[in-house]
Design a protein around this ligand. Structure first.
Ligand code: GLY
Length: 429
């Protein structure tokens, strides 16, 4: 039996089985083998679970997190682009509003977390460096022109540049670049440092960490009461938050009608390093769609260059494949030929928690005592600041704040709950 956490890195492509949902309700009083109840128990110690725990603890709630390796999960693989504008898609205006709201919070969030964790200014690797999305051929250029039009209709700032203007900004770009979009508002953060800082901030805020697998949800008299660990220990809580990334739909004991419809979407990512004589190799994130596949290069101040990412629907498989590495290097090389000179330091695959509408599931479910913070898909790092605030509000008040109402987990069963698009509506071109 495989328990459910956010930090699964098994190469197996077999979905972790759910245990029987027919869990025996324990008695009201915590029996032997159980711990004192907390206000909140977060299942999953990835960045979404940790930010939820940290913000809830700051609001005066007693909080515990259960995860065998807190601070792990998809953040150990993610590149950390904060790409609200360059990753805009048709039909995702409501998600765009949430993404922009979180992006706006990043500078203050990064400063507060750096202080709370003691990692110091700049310790999260937050860089307001901007992004350049470029086109390599006429198909790519047509795609980018469409994106530009959508951005303008959505009131977003981006500037069309000729190929020459792109290369003036980033001299390492291939001479064949046909044009590009300069987006000065899409920045980056280092997700590994973000996860490490959140873990320290949680500990300093008094969050209890249970380094174990959650085996199943306890449901007593139609209310979630916490979880049972693999060793039989019971963790009781007033509210349980399922924040287990791509595995959030696998926790045994969760009734089928509240089980989050998340699925794993594999992303293979490479890490290279830029030796001092080559620096600065790139000054901002550079990305493109090459033959229909997204490729991005994210340069960090410490010389790391992250190249991502594949997008594969292969269940819980996290194998790094020759084909995945080949395609990423081939596409990155077309964009920035000098990349083949750099040392390749790491290859890794992670699992994005995909949802049916590519948007997160936040807040109360129809099962009293169970809330969700999952399904962030391509935007987990970007949405971390906002998710922490939204979840803390929801845990304290029992309701989502207005800006997150559209992301209720109940929207799939009850579409009438979703308010009309907020902030603005896309107009036809
Ligand atoms: N947001 C980048 C990715 O999911 O690959």
């Amino acid at each position: 039996m495989r328990p459910c956490t956010s930090s699964d890195t098994s190469p197996s492509d077999t979905p972790p089985p759910r245990t029987s949902p027919s869990c025996t309700p324990p008695a009201d009083a915590p029996p032997a083998g159980s711990r004192a109840p907390t206000d909140v128990l977060v299942v999953g110690g990835g960045i979404i679970g940790l930010v939820t725990a940290w913000r809830a603890a700051q609001r005066g709630l007693s909080v515990a997190v259960v995860d065998p390796a807190p601070g792990g999960g998809a953040a150990q693989v993610a590149a950390g682009m904060l790409a609200a504008v360059t990753e805009l898609h048709h039909g995702e205006q409501t998600l765009l509003a949430l993404n922009l709201a979180s992006a706006r919070r990043y500078p203050a969030f990064a400063a507060e977390l750096a202080e709370a964790s003691g990692c110091g200014p700049g310790g999260l690797g937050y860089r307001a460096c901007g992004t350049l999305a470029v086109a390599l051929d006429s198909d790519d250029r047509a795609h980018l022109r469409e994106l530009h039009a959508l951005q303008r209709r959505s009131g977003l700032e981006s500037e069309w540049l000729s190929g020459r203007e792109c290369r003036r900004l980033e001299p390492m770009l291939a001479p064949g670049v046909r044009g590009g979009l300069r987006v000065d508002g899409d920045h980056q953060v280092d997700p590994r440092r973000l996860a490490a800082a959140l873990l320290v901030a949680c500990e300093r805020a008094g969050v209890a960490l249970h380094r174990a697998w959650a085996e199943r949800l306890s449901v007593v008299r139609d209310r979630a009461r916490g979880v049972v660990l693999a060793d039989g220990t019971e963790l009781h809580a007033g509210q349980t938050v399922l924040a287990a990334g791509s595995l959030s739909g696998r926790l045994a004991g969760v009734p089928d009608d509240v089980l989050p419809p998340v699925r794993p979407v594999k992303g293979q990512v490479l890490r290279l390093s830029v030796p001092k004589p080559y620096a600065p190799f790139l000054s901002r994130t550079v990305r493109a769609v090459v033959r229909g596949s997204h490729v991005y290069l994210v340069p960090r101040e410490n010389g790391e260059l992250v190249v991502g990412a594949t997008s594969e629907e292969l269940g819980w498989d996290t194998t790094v494949t020759a084909g995945g590495v080949y395609e990423l290097l081939r596409d990155a090389h077309e964009l920035v030929p000098g990349i083949t000179e750099l040392p390749l330091t790491e290859t890794r695959a992670g699992l994005r928690p995909g949802s049916p509408d590519n948007a997160p599931l936040l807040g109360p479910t129809r099962l009293p005592g169970l809330q969700l913070a999952t399904g962030h898909y391509r935007n987990g790092v970007l949405l971390t600041p906002l998710t922490g605030e939204v979840m803390a509000h929801s845990l304290v008040t029992g309701e989502l704040p207005d800006e997150a109402l559209a992301f209720t987990p109940r929207r799939f069963a009850e579409p009438s709950l979703v308010p009309p698009t907020q902030s603005f509506t896309e107009q036809p071109a």
